[in-house]
Design a protein. Structure first.
Length: 471
């Protein structure tokens, strides 16, 4: 258990319970970590981080909200803070699309929320191993705990470790649970192989097709930042030389991310990922910016040891993305509809299902679980951005925009547009009307039969299915 926003006791928060060595061993025994990248989202003082590295992990990426604990973690070799997020519940799938496993001891005051979020952002094939309060698995009075139980039933298993922290560094008699999940699918690590054109050099670009452009500004900022990093390293060496022999203390100059020292390659990668986000936001239609594309880019950048970020390569990347977007839309349509059609009656995945949903296509009307939540007043609901199916619906809408030619900006997002929804009221969501219920389910129905037919025909072509004649 690392940290949460509960009251602090002493130096660290009330949720800080370092993982004992025997419990860490129990967690990791089923994983093959040699050469793998692990994400530890509740890193605490680093017990699990060190245990993963001891078992051969090539890198452990970590999150930690507590500044004092983050300072402790910064000194662990091959342990890297996740750039852009200290709070795990704010981490998005594109930030961790390169990891092979998620291993965590989350704050027990919000353990099911952490496990569900880990599942929602984990890349295909990722293994998730998490401790929790055993009561979070056994007690299904809360919606989030029912969702967790159904997730475990469909994609993993759980076991009780008993009072495993009774003799720990910080003891508690709480019964501890161990949850193991595996995200289906296989990650495609070769999505952008071969698109880079230049040599691996950091260089400002000269005149090109256009005298000045935003792309040049982005590349030049990247180049100058790398130069400043190198100057800082050079200055640190000069300072060390000057002080050597008569100054008895150790001084240091460091570039840091979230207070942790960052090596040059990591510095370059983090800047590149930020730059790519700017590139896609400014140069591509928003309906191209699917979750899948963001994950593919992050995974590609993280897994390359030498990547030149030049203006020529920037344009080449845009050409590759634009040229392959039809195939990417096919992948998005297939993955999204495969997920959504699992919620049919008597499905074999042991997930909530309804007769309203068809098992092999999208019906005009559909029902999906875990998408709404009761607001503070208790008499209305809101759409949860963290709901398991929310991101899938957004990607479905982007696919529909691409297929039909509709501008994505015209599609209202109910997370931003509706903050207080009367339960059961039909409201607009672009291609759909929707109504949300307190129990967490959301009903969607297509407003246009033409849109409904278009997405199903695309899915049928991809899957090789024969659809009913009267679609």
């Amino acid at each position: 258990m690392a940290t949460s926003q509960r009251p602090r006791t002493g130096l660290f928060s009330a949720d800080f319970y370092p993982t004992p060595a025997d419990v860490a061993a129990e967690m990791l025994d089923s994983l093959e970590l040699a050469g793998k990248i692990v994400f530890e989202p509740s890193a605490g003082s680093g017990n699990l981080v060190r245990a993963c590295l001891d078992r051969g992990a090539s890198e452990v990426v970590w999150c930690e909200t507590e500044a004092d604990l983050a300072q402790l973690l910064s000194g662990i070799d091959k342990a890297t803070p996740l750039h852009g997020s200290r709070d795990f519940l704010e981490v998005t799938s594109d930030q961790v699309s390169h990891v092979d496993a998620i291993v965590m001891n989350p704050p027990f005051s919000a353990d099911e929320a952490h496990i569900l979020h880990a599942w929602s952002i984990a890349p295909p094939g990722c293994e998730i191993v998490s401790l929790c309060n055993w009561n979070s698995v056994c007690d299904d009075r809360w919606r989030s705990r029912r969702e967790l139980r159904e997730l475990i039933s469909a994609y993993g298993d759980s076991q009780s470790l008993g009072a495993a922290f009774a003799a720990a560094e910080r003891a508690t008699d709480v019964l501890i649970g161990l949850v193991r999940l595996r995200r289906p699918g296989v990650r495609d690590d070769g999505e952008f192989d071969g698109f880079f054109l230049g040599a691996d050099a950091i260089e400002a670009q000269g005149e090109g097709l256009i005298p000045y452009r935003r792309s040049r500004d982005l590349v030049n900022r990247y180049v100058e930042a790398c130069k400043i990093y190198d100057k800082q390293v050079e200055a640190a060496g000069e300072l060390d030389t000057i002080l050597s022999g008569f100054f008895g203390e150790t001084l240091g100059m460091q570039i840091t991310i979230q207070g942790a020292p960052v090596a040059r390659n990591r510095f370059r990668k983090e800047m590149q990922k930020s730059a790519w986000k700017h590139v896609f936001a400014e140069f591509l239609p928003i309906q191209m910016a699917t979750t899948q594309l963001a994950e593919d880019i992050n995974n590609f950048v993280e897994r390359q040891s030498h990547i030149p970020f030049t203006e020529r390569n920037l344009y080449r990347m845009l050409q590759v993305v634009a040229g392959t977007h039809d195939q990417r839309i096919d992948r998005a349509v297939e993955e999204v509809i495969d997920k959504l059609t699992k919620h049919s009656k008597d499905n074999r995945w042991n997930v909530p299902g309804w007769a309203t949903n068809a098992p092999s296509m999208l019906n005009i009307k559909m029902i999906f679980p875990w998408m709404s939540e009761v607001d503070y007043s208790g008499d209305a609901v809101s759409i949860s951005r963290f709901g398991t199916n929310y991101g899938d619906i957004q990607d479905l809408i982007k696919s529909l925009c691409w297929i039909t030619g509709r501008a994505y900006e015209e599609v209202r997002d109910p997370v931003d547009g509706y903050s207080h929804i009367p339960a059961g009221a039909w409201l607009d969501w672009g291609f759909f009307e929707f109504r949300a219920y307190k129990k967490g389910t959301v009903h969607l129905r297509f407003k246009s039969r033409d849109d409904w037919a278009a997405i199903n025909k695309r899915y049928a072509r991809i899957k090789g299915l024969v659809l009913p004649e009267k679609l």
